[in-house]
Ligand binder design. Sequence first.
Ligand code: NAD
Length: 311
Amino acid sequence: MSEKTKVIVTGGAGFIGSNIVDTLLEMGMTPIVIDDLSTGKEENVNPDAIMYRQDTRDLEGLEKIFSNHKPDYVLHLAAQISVSRSVREPIYDESVNVKGTLNVLEMCHKYGVKKIVFTSSGGVMYGENPPFPTPESVCPDPVSPYGISKLAGEKYVKFYGIEKGLRYTILRYGNVYGPRQSPDGEAGVIAIFAKKMLNKEPVTINGDGEYIRDYIYVKDVVNANILSMENGDGEIFNIGTGTGKSVNDVFLSLKEHIYYDADPIYGPPRPGDLRKSILDISHAKEVLKWKPKYSFSEGLRETVKFFESRR
Ligand SMILES: NC(=O)c1ccc[n+]([C@@H]2O[C@H](COP(=O)([O-])OP(=O)(O)OC[C@H]3O[C@@H](n4cnc5c(N)ncnc54)[C@H](O)[C@@H]3O)[C@@H](O)[C@H]2O)c1
């Protein structure tokens, strides 16, 4: 892959996408960002990248970009990402996560893209009672509209793979955290807590704080995307750490990194949230030759440093 390797990153102005864009530039590739800036920010996008403010639901607009650049690869991250919003607005969630994905797939097929890497979620995919850690082979049983729309996206990707010969890899992330995650939305407990603790504001935990998640640092997720451009064709991979932490654990760990002495306030649980999610990552280790490199403590340190610098 060289400077001439053109990579469309949908959602490239968002938290994870913009971190991917930085790495593609470091590797000498040409990233082309497609983002409607609904939750992403222009300031996240490296000025050396090409940026289009474009909604993935608008096929005509997408086509102009694909026909102009003829990308080699597409990393598809643009999505409605909030479970709570998907519960409140399932039709909007579906329009972005299903129709937007279908439009991107159609463009990949029409313009001969070498491969698409599709972003899914391991945190919402496996239902309430899978084995832990959960391997990809467990039958999906999402309970939220967000999980359902991500599963539909996966199925369309597979359809384009089987019927139209489009190369693909599907990555199911755990709970991703790190620099540039928005602390103002409804997703991203680490960013939300870090901002509140740094501002000495009260922190609210939804439910009893014993909801377990597999927290993965964003740079490890970036690396999984890069490896997937050339490996793991036609496969689904969990991208997490294989270990779980409760929200109460996260609160206490962050307290150690930030001088904060208040206790949390406990609020009602959020509808659509699963109680526990821990991903089995053996398949990614074996096939993608990927494994997480950042410990939770290293990841938290980098994340807190970022939010401190933003104050
Ligand atoms: N953050 C996590 O813990 C996590 C976990 C599992 C999966 N994911 C997936 O990773 C991807 C990136 O998520 P993120 O955490 O960086 O969130 P994010 O909100 O920062 O990024 C999503 C980006 O998509 C853009 N976008 C939304 N709708 C769009 C549309 N219709 N057209 C074009 N752009 C649009 C937003 O403006 C934003 O920049 C998403 O697909 C998300 O579902 C994230």
